[in-house]
Design a protein around this ligand. Structure first.
Ligand SMILES: [Zn+2]
Length: 107
């Protein structure tokens, strides 16, 4: 099984990183095309919360976290805990995406 890959986009002019492609850089206003690149799959937890009563379509509780990916970008995703504790600055690895968003696992 191949590792999950998270694709990012970077402005050709100011180097700002985005998670989604666009025709316009939100930072510098450049209309030069963003180029696609592979984001780091290792990151660390910036902040997190456990959702005990959330949407019906996700098993509860689940953990939402802001993940810093190598200083390139911060991404919101769910963290698979597997009964383990969780902490700020804890290392995580990108595990893929489902219809509800990005998923990370503790590394
Ligand atoms: Zn730019």
């Amino acid at each position: 099984m191949s590792a999950a890959v998270l694709t990012g986009y970077k402005c050709n002019y100011c180097r700002q990183t985005y998670l989604n492609s666009s025709d316009l850089c939100g930072k510098c206003g450049s209309t030069a095309s963003l180029f696609e690149f592979e984001l780091p799959d290792d990151g660390s937890i910036v902040t997190f919360t456990t959702v005990w009563r959330g949407v019906d379509y996700l098993p509860q509780p689940y953990t939402l976290a802001v993940i810093d990916l190598g200083g390139e970008i911060q991404v919101l995703g769910r963290v698979k805990r597997g009964g383990q504790g969780i902490a700020i600055n804890q290392k995580v690895r990108y595990a893929g995406k489902d219809e509800y968003g990005h998923i990370f696992e503790l590394s």
